[in-house]
Structures are given as structure tokens and as C-alpha cells.
Ligand binder design. Structure first.
Ligand SMILES: Cc1ncc(COP(=O)(O)O)c(C=O)c1O
Length: 372
């Protein structure tokens, strides 16, 4: 069993994908045209914000949102270190300095106390990542704290399309919300894609300039720090076809996650807290101190797993010893323990059964050998 099955996904929606591509080809308007405009409007309505600007990928969304919010070379920006390095990459591209915040051991999203600590360290912006599909439940309180301190707040929603806190969708709490439409995301394109959402028209306009060479008008370059980062018309057309399915895909993901949580029972496997509509089950991530042994056992019965993520940002080789004095105890522990089980809408009930019984049947002997 695969960790994702894009073949099944594309096959199920092949006729609407073909229709979307045909629509674009018939028009032969291929970049920044009516499909992009339409998708941006649909996605802004879905998140319930006024503005959306699509870009080429989620990492660009983070970088361009931070730039539009005024982050410059030399500025400090706070981020977690357990979310795959994407935000750190965006910060480094600007020439900023990441200030790493630790996460809660149970929810695996940033702790509010860590946001407060970062604010006292003089950050220009805070990025909160809603990881694995789990929203940071105090996001409204964090937004208040940032506003009071005059610090910009960006939500990284690349793994949490559609998750809600008190009825409000993630991406609508901060100054900007950033999304990736990488094919395996809860809302994925047929290639790379991303978006920045916000309520401020001026901020959206800046992102619009930054994604297209810094043009204020054609060939008039007025903004520094820009690039070419556009979503193409084919991807926008496909995303518009897929968006109406997002809630039902999320419901199926949640259904699989809740079956796992109800029925996986193993003394050495810690299950995630899966909440309500604040968790859209992008990834179902268990913890296990004998992770490699569990992984090997699942591989033997043909179940693929993954580790999101094995190296915390502050320990990435690119940094050498730069952050060797930074200690993030929960983040460092989690990097040793997390294991992602298959969880995607195309899984059959039999697939789900197979995963549950494979984990439950992981032999206790393996545990004893591992010293648990
Ligand atoms: C949490 C998070 N942030 C940002 C990104 C970056 O998105 P992309 O791969 O589209 O650049 C990803 C996805 O890969 C992600 O999972």
C-alpha cells in the first residue's frame, strides 16, 4: 500500500480534469488569465477572506507574503522547526534570521508561550504552521498578541486546507494565510501551485506585484524582492474543479483518522489527538520510540510509511553550527519518534483495516528487543 495514491485520484476525476484542460486549450490563454482570476475568487470565498493571489508554490507564498508584510534582510522571523524547513527556506531567501519556537508534544503545533518568547526577542513576523492538518487552536489569541505587539502574523496552511477553529477557516486569522497546492495536499493541483490569502487589498496588491517581476504596470519594475511566481491557467482550472470536493475529501480523511484512533491499540504506539473540524487529517502521525522497527514491520507487510520530518530545521546541515546552542526539546524528541501512516481519501475500507491490524500485530518481541 502506498503512502499516497495519485493514480487513483487522477483516475477518479479524469473526465472533469480533461474538461478543465480543454477549456484552457480552447481559449489558449495560458498564464494569468480568467481561470486564475476565477480560482482566486473561489478560494477566497472558501476561506472567507476578501483577497487571494495565487503563486507558483507554497514556499513562494510564504516568502512573498513575508516580503509584502515588510520583512527585509536582517529581520528576525519566528517559525517552528518541525515543519519540513519550508518556512525557514522562505526566511533565508529574504536574508532574514529564523527564530525557532518549540511545539507542544501532543498537538505538535507551536506553543503560545513560545510565540510570546519570540515576540520579546524582537521578531518582525511570526509564522504559525497548522501541521498535519491540525489547526493551532489558540490562533485567535496568537493573532491578538501579535497585533498588540505590532508583529505580523502569517499562517502556514499548506497542510490544513479547510480546517476550522470556532467556525473560522485557518488562513483567515493572521495578516496573511499561505497555501501549497502540491499534488498530495488536501487540495492539490496536477503540479506545483500556491496561494496567499488576506483581507487587506493593499497587501494582496503587493503580493500581485511580487509574483510578477515587481511590475506596477507592464515593464515598469517598482518593487524590490520580486520574481516570476505565477500559477498557470491549467492548474487554476483543475483547482477550480477540485475545490468543490475538498470538504468531502477532508471528511473521508477524517473518517480514516478516526477509525485509526478508535481501533489502533498497541502499548508502544502513541496516537495523535484528532479533535473535530480543527483537524483535516492531512497526515496521520503516530509516535513510537521504536519507530524504525515499526516501520520495518509495516514495510514487510507492504505498507508504506514516511517520516514528517526526520531533521528539525535548526539541525539541518545547511546551518552547520549556527544554531548548535538552540534547544527545542519537544521538537527534537518528536523528530526521533514520528511516523506517518497512509491516510488519503482514495484508501478503501480494506486498506484501512489492513493498516490497523498490521500495527496492532506488530510483535511484542520486537518491543522487548528494543528495550521498551
Ligand atoms: C507545512 C508546509 N509549508 C510549506 C510547504 C511548501 O509548499 P510547496 O512544496 O508548494 O513549496 C509545504 C509543502 O510541501 C508544507 O508541508
Amino acid at each position: 500500500m502506498l503512502i499516497n495514491n495519485l493514480s487513483a485520484h487522477v483516475t477518479s476525476y479524469r473526465s472533469s480534469i480533461d474538461a478543465a484542460i480543454k477549456r484552457v486549450l480552447d481559449r489558449a490563454w495560458l498564464v494569468l488569465g480568467p481561470e486564475v482570476e476565477n480560482f482566486e475568487k473561489l478560494f477566497a470565498d472558501y476561506i472567507q477572506v476578501a483577497q487571494c493571489r495565487s503563486v507558483a508554490n507554497g514556499t513562494d507564498a510564504l516568502e512573498l507574503a513575508l516580503r509584502a508584510l515588510g520583512v527585509k534582510a536582517g529581520d528576525k522571523v519566528a517559525t517552528v522547526a518541525n515543519a519540513g524547513m519550508y518556512t525557514s527556506t522562505a526566511i533565508l531567501s529574504i536574508g532574514g534570521t529564523p527564530i525557532f519556537m518549540d511545539v507542544d508534544l501532543v498537538t505538535q503545533v507551536v506553543m503560545q508561550s513560545e510565540v510570546e518568547r519570540a515576540i520579546t526577542q524582537g521578531v518582525k513576523a511570526v509564522v504559525v504552521t497548522h501541521l498535519y492538518g491540525q489547526a493551532q487552536l489558540d490562533i485567535a489569541g496568537i493573532a491578538d498578541k501579535c497585533r498588540t505587539a505590532g508583529v505580523a502574523l502569517v499562517e502556514d496552511c499548506a497542510q490544513a486546507h479547510g480546517a476550522r477553529v470556532n467556525g473560522k477557516r485557518v488562513g483567515s486569522f493572521g495578516d496573511a494565510g499561505c497555501f501549497s497546492f502540491y499534488p498530495t495536499k488536501n487540495l492539490g493541483a496536477l503540479g506545483d501551485g500556491g496561494a496567499v490569502v488576506c483581507s487587506d487589498a493593499e497587501l494582496a496588491e503587493k503580493v500581485g506585484h511580487l509574483r510578477q517581476y515587481g511590475w506596477l504596470a507592464k515593464y515598469q519594475v517598482a518593487m524590490a524582492g520580486a520574481r516570476n511566481s505565477r500559477l498557470d491557467e491549467v492548474q487554476a482550472a483543475v483547482l477550480s474543479e477540485f475545490l468543490p470536493h475538498l470538504d468531502s475529501w477532508n471528511a473521508r480523511r477524517r473518517d480514516i483518522a478516526s477509525q485509526y484512533s478508535q481501533r489502533i491499540r498497541h502499548p508502544a504506539v502513541i496516537l495523535p489527538s484528532i479533535g473535530g473540524d480543527d483537524y483535516v487529517a492531512h497526515l496521520y502521525v503516530v509516535r513510537c520510540s521504536e519507530r524504525d522497527s515499526l516501520r520495518q514491520h509495516l514495510r514487510k507487510v507492504d505498507i508504506a510509511t514516511d517520516v514528517h520530518y526526520p531533521i528539525p530545521d535548526h539541525r539541518q546541515p545547511i546551518f552547520g553550527n549556527r544554531f548548535s546552542d538552540v534547544r527545542l526539546p519537544n521538537t527534537e524528541q518528536l523528530a526521533q519518534e514520528v511516523l506517518t501512516l497512509p491516510c488519503y481519501p482514495e484508501m478503501t475500507d480494506e486498506d484501512v483495516e489492513q493498516v490497523i491490524s498490521a500495527v496492532n500485530n506488530w510483535p511484542v518481541a520486537a518491543l522487548e528487543k528494543g528495550g521498551n
